[in-house]
Design a protein around this ligand. Structure first.
Ligand SMILES: [Zn+2]
Ligand SMILES: [Zn+2]
Length: 171
């Protein structure tokens, strides 16, 4: 099994590398950063001023069967009945997408905090990967598979799987 992270649009290499290291520390398998795609316009909804998550997710390509691919976008993502989504996973194809947009303290008018931002991003990536490995949401609010309704939920949970979830990961 291996995990590939792909930047969608402009994401600094430095951020991608740091996320790669964090994700590698949770899943004990190789993690690589590969080129994603930069044209996100196909998924833009001018009325909502947001990008349709499922459309970007469907454009992510996976080259190998035992690969999991996570697209990292820096635009605000939505699905039709929700105001926004932090991320989305497709269990069948083994692909997922997350948005960094709402993970930065600056989004809420707060001072930048890179380590908090990276921690949140790592949790979102690990959470969506968990879905691609067959996990559902976990009632334990410290577990990375707990559903995040808001950033407060994200900040409360940890970046790793609880003892109930970890054995259920099908690698
Ligand atoms: Zn989830
Ligand atoms: Zn759990």
């Amino acid at each position: 099994m291996k995990i590939t992270l792909k930047p969608l649009g402009n994401i600094a290499d430095e951020i991608m590398e740091k996320l790669k290291d964090r994700v590698g520390g949770i899943f004990h398998c190789p993690v690589e950063v590969k080129a994603g795609f930069s044209d996100l316009a196909q998924a833009y909804n001018p009325e909502r001023k947001q990008y349709l998550s499922s459309k970007l997710l469907a454009s992510l390509e996976k080259s190998e069967r035992d690969e999991r691919v996570v697209g990292i976008a820096d635009v605000d993502l939505y699905v039709p009945r929700l105001n926004f989504v932090f991320g989305e996973a497709d269990i069948v194809s083994g692909t997922a997408i997350i948005s960094l947009c709402r993970l930065r303290p600056e989004y809420y008018g707060l001072a930048p905090d890179e380590s908090l931002f990276l921690e949140r991003a790592a949790k979102e990536i690990v959470h969506e990967l968990g879905h691609t490995f067959g996990l559902g949401h976990c009632p334990n609010n410290k577990c990375v598979m707990h559903f995040s309704n808001s950033l407060a939920d994200t900040d409360l949970k940890e970046a790793h799987f609880c003892n109930m979830c970890r054995p259920k990961i099908i690698l």
